[in-house]
Design a protein around this ligand. Structure first.
Ligand SMILES: [Zn+2]
Length: 174
């Protein structure tokens, strides 16, 4: 939703339909029963899969990007800016990076022929997307901070030593 808003693909008042899911031709991504159509905030409140599928469909079909590959690159860069796809750099050992697909992943899988419908599952964090619980918690912190996060860390201070500046800097999202 933040990516769609930032890119001007939707406004908070933009409504999308949901008839127990996103249905397009033979493609169906299921959803539960709720009112329809819904604007953004009720769509978030009801966790409507169809809303985010429509958003991605609209973004990837937007001519301003020139191609689904370019749209995916813009989408991916926003995800990475929000702390996904790479290790956040926490001081806890064993951190995983998760995964945010780039255009090359789909060019290889579909021989260069794919569009927003092909990758629709990424709009709801499924498909090829992998995220860690730490990244999800960090996103919640970023929203609470209104757009930035500080690299998550456990160590608050060490006697006679200054806390690593990495854990004091604000990392602003796009
Ligand atoms: Zn729905």
């Amino acid at each position: 939703a933040l990516t769609f808003l930032q890119e001007g693909i939707i406004q908070p008042s933009t409504s999308f339909p949901c008839s127990h899911g996103f249905i397009y031709g033979g493609l169906r991504v299921g959803c539960h029963g709720h009112g329809s159509p819904l604007p953004l905030i009720p769509a978030i409140a009801t966790s409507c899969n169809a809303y985010f599928c429509w958003g991605l469909y609209r973004m990837f079909g937007d001519k301003k990007y020139g191609s689904p590959q370019n749209a995916l690159t813009v989408w991916k860069d926003h995800m990475v800016s929000q702390g996904f796809g790479y290790k956040l750099g926490t001081d806890l050992p064993g951190e995983k990076r998760g995964f945010i697909p780039n255009a090359g992943v789909y060019d290889k899988a579909y021989r260069g022929s794919w569009n927003g419908l092909t990758v629709i599952s990424i709009s709801i964090g499924q498909g090829e997307v992998l995220s860690t619980p730490l990244q999800m918690a960090n996103l919640a912190a970023t929203i609470a901070n209104r757009g930035y996060f500080v690299t998550p860390h456990i160590v608050k201070d060490v006697q006679d030593a200054e806390l690593d500046s990495t854990y004091r800097e604000r990392r602003y999202t796009s």
